[in-house]
Design a protein around this ligand. Structure first.
Ligand code: FAD
Ligand code: UDP
Length: 366
């Protein structure tokens, strides 16, 4: 008889939530993780008493009450509200695009003035139904904002021309005709008190975990340990890249400990100018209103994923969507194996969507 009901490959949020729910129901789970730490991309490393978001800055936000109640049953959240700034050629602008941004750019003081300005710029461009990110962006906020705050950042982030990217990426960002700098429209938002590891540890309490294990080093050995497998790694890797490699973006983080209390006065400052090689600077202590004497910052350089680097962002353009749909079909016919999370579903999921997806998978099969 097999020892475990479930082998869960990957200890990111998807794997943790699925393991937690199964464990609570009395199922025996084993979680294996190829990194030396648990938690996937939400893992935090403590440096100078500051929770450093080692695999990218994470702000929890959701409008789903079920998900919010679920995470709050594990950990308390602080009242952090993400209000990033954008630096373009040394001048600062508020994000997301709102009345403060419009005022800094055009001096418009009322919503009507701002709407008129945007409408005029859209009319001049003659876009009727947007077909790509560039057209979508211009039709939402006009040409000036597109050129100053979107084009450079987007092309650095994705390593592709904005005209080659899908429209949905830019629709993630709110456009507001109020003086409200909250980056998200969601009802609930915050950072776990004590950092994300509190959440991960709570989810994995009582569950067997092994780190530094790559499933593919001995696939059959690990498979045979359990009746069912939940796989949260890259879907193309699982099928030996038989339909070719999917594209991903990775991020190189350049971390620095600075001997000052407050470097930039905000957790997130985006650099939207194409000439600055990094996309943003994160100052981690501000996520938790830290008062430490030193500070830790991370410059983020967005790069194309290659073997050996971390796959962070799926590139959901039409070429990759075509390849993914073939892998998805293979995944359906793989017996006793479920595919979930950002890499296995090749989806640009936020944390709340990943949690919901894991809850739904659990409900479907348990
Ligand atoms: P992951 O966290 O990637 O976990 C997958 C795990 O599987 C990894 O630990 C990996 O090492 C492991 N693994 C893969 N292959 C194998 C193998 N062969 N053997 C063993 N283990 C394996 N969401 C938000 O809501 N708010 C944000 O602010 C936000 N910011 C983000 C910033 C960045 C830079 C990135 C990349 C993502 C961000 N997200 C954000 C999205 C968020 O990270 C995801 O929604 C969520 O963490 C994904 O969880 P997951 O379990 O699907 O994947
Ligand atoms: N974006 C931009 N300028 C900015 C911030 C974001 O043009 O200052 C665009 C960019 O294309 C990005 C998308 O908006 O990929 C979504 O931004 P979000 O902050 O949601 O990206 P994330 O890093 O969370 O994926």
């Amino acid at each position: 008889m097999k020892r475990y009901d479930y082998l869960i490959v990957g200890s990111g949020l998807f794997g943790c939530v699925f393991a937690y729910l199964c464990h609570k129901k009395g199922r025996k789970c084993l979680v294996i993780e190829k990194r030396p730490v648990l938690g996937g991309n939400i893992y935090c490393e403590t440096i100078e008493g500051i929770n450093v978001h080692k695999y990218g800055a994470h702000i929890f936000h959701t409008s789903n009450k079920q998900v919010w109640d679920f995470v709050n049953s594990m950990v308390e959240f602080n009242n952090y509200i993400n209000s990033p700034m954008a630096n373009y050629k040394g001048k600062l602008y508020n994000l997301p695009f709102n009345m403060n941004t419009f005022y800094a750019l055009w001096g418009t003081k009322t919503p009507q003035e701002a709407r008129d300005k945007i409408e005029m710029q859209c009319r001049e461009m003659g876009i009727i139904s947007p077909n790509n990110l560039e057209e979508q962006a211009i039709s939402l906020v006009g040409k000036d904002i597109y050129e100053i705050l979107i084009k450079g950042y987007t092309e650095k982030q994705w390593g592709r021309k904005a005209i080659e990217l899908p429209t949905f990426i830019i629709k993630r960002l709110p456009v507001r005709f109020t003086f409200n700098n909250n980056y998200f429209n969601d009802v609930y938002q915050g950072i776990p008190v004590g950092g994300y590891n509190v959440l991960t540890n709570k989810l994995l309490e009582g569950i067997e975990t092994i780190i530094d294990i790559d499933f593919f080093k001995d696939k059959e050995y690990w498979r045979n340990k359990a009746d069912k497998v939940v796989y949260t790694g890259k879907i193309d890797e699982y099928f030996d890249y038989c339909y070719g490699k999917l594209d991903y973006r990775t991020v190189r983080f350049e971390n620095e400990i600075l001997n000052c209390e407050n470097f930039q006065g905000n957790a997130v400052i985006n650099y939207t100018d194409a000439d600055v090689p990094y996309t943003r600077i994160i100052e981690h202590k501000h996520f938790e209103f830290g008062k430490q004497s030193k500070t830790v910052i991370s410059r983020e350089y967005s790069e194309e994923w290659k073997e050996g680097s971390e796959a962070y962002y799926p590139v959901n353009d039409s070429k990759n969507e075509g390849i993914y749909s073939k892998y998805k079909e293979l995944a359906f016919s793989e017996s006793n194996t479920y595919f979930g999370g950002r890499l296995a579903e090749y989806k640009y999921y936020d944390m709340d969507k990943v949690i919901l997806s894991a809850i739904n998978l659990f409900r479907k099969y348990e």
